[in-house]
Design a protein around this ligand. Structure first.
Ligand SMILES: Nc1nc2c(ncn2[C@@H]2O[C@H](COP(=O)(O)OP(=O)(O)OP(=O)(O)O)[C@@H](O)[C@H]2O)c(=O)[nH]1
Ligand SMILES: [Mg+2]
Length: 409
């Protein structure tokens, strides 16, 4: 896996304390949170019974009660929640695939993620699992049945903005019926297909004005093994993938689900493209970050990290340098410059996949440039990315045993 991503995630997630210090800290934190929550709830009760029932201040206080409840739950479970937000197509889902070490979250070059997805790292898990609540399955089936009634409607293509993937999905529903979803799904390609189906069914339903009342507690959950050498403190480490903040195909209801996920998160990763994005997208993202800042009621931005993605596309002399990019991002999103990291999620996945395929091949036969070319899927793309267009000539001078090291670098 790309060393920058490993280091970044370890920096963010792997802060371990000695057991006596962490136990004390744990007890003190819980005690403070519980007593604050009790006091606040008493005040809310008192105000509720008096004449201030519809005061906006009371709404604020009730929101703080919810905040304390969420925080207490997180501390009790030793839960570290980290959410990723970012401009449209910045590569949020690809970054998370690079972090988890499996291609499970669907990604494409048109809007994809509609519903936040939780990723839970599990020390005991042997293979990835997609876990769906039965309520979500019932809701997706219900929406799917309504979509079946619309597969022959005229203007369907226009209403779906001629988006090929969405039109294909409707054609597939018409020809083959609905996809059967289970509460637990195994198999990486089945998982990614099911997540794509769920996200697209919801996306199409919003475009065709079909109501959905998805509850915020029904979001899909991926349980994944710890794929590489990255350390996790005790307790649960959960990452949440979210849709772009300016996605016009998110209903107000879905937006609210996203915001509540961001509020629950202890750490926020902001994914951006190094060349910048549409200014409306950036403005909406700044607004979301501001909402989180207000909710957390702190000026300290230590919970915010930025990942500036797609740097494999940087052309020296044409684009901003690393320092210029980091400084601009830090200023625009009010994130400490030390918390801004540059990455290429695509290269991370490519190098990770290549190293896995290399190791598999090594177990079965001699590893040469020829066997890598004929027996692995990632060799050609990896060599092109590492050595450029003239990789075939350059490859002759490279000892094949050094390739995993090059991939790691
Ligand atoms: N060149 C390059 N492309 C990338 C990189 N990371 C992601 N992409 C591509 O960018 C496109 C968008 O990636 P996604 O992961 O779907 O982006 P997203 O932010 O999750 O998008 P939404 O879920 O629709 O908001 C896909 O075509 C990815 O293959 C990268 O590091 N370099
Ligand atoms: Mg996505």
């Amino acid at each position: 896996m790309d060393a920058t991503i490993t280091t970044t995630v370890n920096t963010i997630a792997g802060m371990t304390l000695s057991s006596s210090v962490s136990e004390n800290l744990y007890n003190q934190t819980l005690c403070t949170l519980r007593s604050s929550e009790n006091k606040l709830c008493d005040i809310v009760k008192q105000l509720n019974s008096e004449s201030l029932r519809s005061s906006p201040k009371l709404d604020d206080l009730t929101q703080y009660c919810n905040f304390f409840r969420d925080e207490i739950e997180s501390v009790e479970k030793l839960e570290l929640r980290m959410a990723i937000v970012g401009t449209m197509k910045a590569g949020k889902s690809t970054i998370l695939n690079a972090i988890i070490g499996y291609d499970l979250l669907p990604s494409r070059n048109t809007a994809m993620t509609t519903l936040p997805t939780e990723i839970l790292f599990s020390q005991h898990s042997k293979e990835p699992q997609l876990i769906l609540k039965s309520e979500l399955i019932t809701m997706i089936n219900e929406i799917g049945r309504q979509l079946q009634l619309k597969t022959n409607e005229c203007n369907l293509g226009i209403r779906l903005r001629n988006e090929e993937d969405l039109i294909n999905m409707m054609n597939n529903i018409a020809a083959n019926g609905l996809t059967t979803l289970a509460t637990i799904t195994c198999g990486n390609s089945k998982i990614v297909d099911n997540l794509k189906y769920i996200n697209d069914v919801i996306r199409i339903s919003v475009m065709l004005n079909i109501e959905n009342s998805i509850d915020s507690t029904w979001i899909p959950r991926l349980k994944v093994p710890l794929a590489h050498s990255f350390s996790i403190p005790q307790g649960e480490f959960i990452i949440i993938d979210t849709p772009g903040p300016n996605d016009s195909n998110l209903s107000a209801h879905l937006r609210q689900i996203v915001i509540s996920e961001l509020q629950k998160a202890t750490l926020i990763l902001v994914a951006l493209e190094f060349i910048g994005s549409d200014s409306n997208d950036e403005a909406k993202l700044q607004e979301d970050i501001e909402t989180i800042r207000e909710y957390k009621d702190t000026d300290s931005p230590s919970y915010l990290y930025a990942l500036v993605n797609k740097i494999d596309q940087r052309i020296e002399g044409k684009h901003n340098s690393i320092e210029q990019t980091k400084a601009a991002v830090a200023m625009k999103y009010k994130i400490p410059v030390a918390n801004v990291h540059e990455i290429s999620a695509m290269n991370a996945i490519l190098s990770y996949t290549f190293r896995q395929e290399y190791e598999e091949l090594e177990k079965k036969s001699d590893v040469t440039h020829e066997t890598l070319m004929s027996k692995t899927k990632s060799y050609k793309m990896f060599m092109q990315q590492a050595l450029g267009q003239t990789w075939e000539q350059a490859a002759e001078y490279i000892n094949v045993n050094l390739l995993p090291n090059i991939a790691e670098k």
